[in-house]
Design a protein around this ligand. Structure first.
Ligand code: PEP
Length: 263
C-alpha cells in the first residue's frame, strides 16, 4: 500500500520514565517478535527507553540483529564535565543510540527548557552523529487564542537556529500539541496535517526546498493503532512519536504497521 510521500515513515516509542531494565528487555523482545523484515522495508522504528535501560535494550537489538533503532529521551548539551546526573551525547553514541528526543513538552514545561536550550541540545546530538527528534507544539490556551502557528513557528525557527540546510534535511521534527499528550485527545488528521504543512513551508522559507522535502515530520499526541492510519495518510506527516501506546508492544507494532490499515 502506498504511503503518502517518498519519505520513509519513522515510528518512535517514547517509553518515558516507565519500565525497569527487566521490563524493558521483555518489551523490546515482544516488539521484535511482532515485526518482520517486510515491515522494516516500509517503516523505520525507534524505541526510547530510560537512560538506565539503554544498555539492556542495545544488547538485545545487537544480539538478535534487530533493525529497530535505539533512541534516548534527553541529553545534556556539554560533552563532559561537572554536570552531576547528566548524560552526554558521546555517551549515547557509544551505546549505538541513533535518535535523541530534544525539547519534549514535558522537558520544556517541567524542567524549564526553552528554545535556546533545545537548540544547544540539538547541536550536541548532531555533533555526535546522531539524529535529533526536535519536539514542538502549542498549549490548549495558545490554540484557543489563535496563536498556535506563531508558537510552533517560533519554536521551529529558534530550536533549529544556526543549523545549515544539510543538518535540517537529516533531522526529525515532532509536532506534538501539548493538549494531546497523554490526554487521549488527538488532533484531527486535518488539523495535524495543517500544522505539519505549515512547519514544512517554514523550513522551505528558512532552509530551502531540498531540506524541507527531506525533513521528516512526526505527529505525536495520544496516537493509537486505531488513529495512526488516518494521521499517517496525511501528505506532510512522516511518522509518529508515541508515548503511552508504545508501552504495549502489540499496540505499538500495529501502529508501526499502519500501512496495512490505511484507507
Ligand atoms: C509523547 O510523550 O511524546 C506522547 C505523544 O505521549 P502520548 O502518546 O502518551 O500522548
Amino acid at each position: 500500500m502506498a504511503t503518502a510521500n517518498a519519505r520513509k515513515p519513522l515510528i518512535s516509542g517514547n517509553w518515558k520514565m516507565n519500565h525497569n531494565h527487566f521490563e524493558a528487555i521483555q518489551t523490546i523482545q515482544k516488539l521484535a517478535y511482532a515485526l518482520n523484515s517486510a515491515d522494516y522495508a516500509h517503516v523505520d522504528v525507534s524505541v526510547h527507553p530510560s537512560f538506565t535501560n539503554l544498555r539492556s535494550v542495545q544488547t538485545v537489538l545487537q544480539a538478535d540483529d534487530i533493525p529497530i533503532a535505539l533512541g534516548a529521551q534527553n541529553v545534556h548539551m556539554a560533552s563532559h564535565g561537572a554536570f552531576t546526573g547528566e548524560v552526554s551525547a558521546n555517551m549515547l553514541t557509544k551505546l549505538n543510540v541513533s535518535f535523541v528526543i530534544v525539547g519534549h513538552s514535558e522537558r520544556r514545561a517541567l524542567f524549564v527548557e526553552d528554545n535556546e536550550v533545545v537548540n544547544e541540545k540539538a547541536r550536541a546530538v548532531l555533533a555526535a552523529n546522531m539524529t535529533p527528534i526536535v519536539c514542538v507544539g502549542e498549549t490548549l490556551e495558545q490554540r484557543r487564542s489563535g496563536g498556535a502557528q506563531d508558537v510552533v513557528g517560533e519554536q521551529v525557527a529558534h530550536s533549529l537556529a544556526g543549523l545549515d540546510a544539510e543538518m535540517v534535511a537529516g533531522l526529525v521534527i515532532a509536532y506534538e500539541p501539548v493538549w494531546a499528550i497523554g490526554t487521549g485527545e488527538t488532533a484531527t488528521p486535518h488539523d495535524a496535517q495543517l500544522m505539519c504543512a505549515y512547519i514544512r513551508s517554514l523550513v522551505t522559507e528558512l532552509w530551502g526546498d531540498a531540506a524541507a522535502q527531506a525533513l521528516r515530520i512526526q505527529y505525536g499526541g495520544s496516537v493509537k493503532a486505531a488513529t495512526a492510519p488516518d494521521l499517517l495518510a496525511q501528505a506532510d506527516i512522516d511518522g509518529a512519536l508515541v508515548g503511552g501506546a508504545s508501552l504495549d508492544p502489540a499496540e505499538f507494532a500495529r501502529i508501526a504497521n499502519f500501512r496495512l490499515y490505511q484507507p
